[in-house]
Ligand binder design. Sequence first.
Ligand code: BTN
Length: 258
Amino acid sequence: MLAKEEIERGLNTRLIGRKTFVFETIDSTNACTKTLGDAGMEEGAVVLAEFQTTGRGRHGRSWLAQPGQNLLFSVLLRPAIPKDLSGLLTLYASVAVARAVESMTGCAIECKWPNDLLLNGKKFCGILLENVFQQGELSYSVIGVGINVNQMEFPSELELRATSLARECRSTYDRAHLLQLILHEMDSLYDDVRRGKLESVSKEWSARCTMFGQEVSVEQHHTIISGVAVKLHYDGGLVLDTPSGTTTIYAGDVTIVG
Ligand code: BTN
């Protein structure tokens, strides 16, 4: 099992991960971090678990991960950013994970809107951002990160779309070290992010995204929107050119057509 001491040793961050909570089994690290947020815990706290009984994914889906093989953690943040920019925190976490994974594996990482990271076209990481507002202001954010690190087997229905770092790079990885790299990247990007300066994160995320200029279809509440993915909107939405005009979408599952 990953030990708190192993994670904290060698962690030289100013804020992110200065307080860590490590569990062998938990319901969901996001649920636990929300409890800490409600209780007034200072920002930067990290909650990690080796196994989640009810790991949460987007749109009420579950996040399934074999115990002891992966990274499942959440970070509590209290950035002073306007409500309309709060969705960009997903891109912030994506960029931090992409940088860290690239430096550890040497493999190029792709960002897929809105919250996935891909390796060789398959998803190895999902990010679940849960923002909590009070009187119209962002009170705190929970950024949940699930990374398939050393897991080799996946359920047959996920086999074509899901992967792990170990499967793609044919090596096993030191999970504590990878977590430290990610927390360092988050820490160094956070100086700008906490003040609402998210342009460079959006730019780096966009440079890692391959869907711009491509025909995509987006499934949203059982309807499909088709169009060409143009760019990121300033608030993290996806701008699409559709036959009926330009539109910006904020949720949905995107597939590149063809
Ligand atoms: C998605 O791709 O749908 C997002 C998945 C996010 C999963 C992570 S695992 C750690 C954290 N705790 C949760 O319950 N979910 C996130």
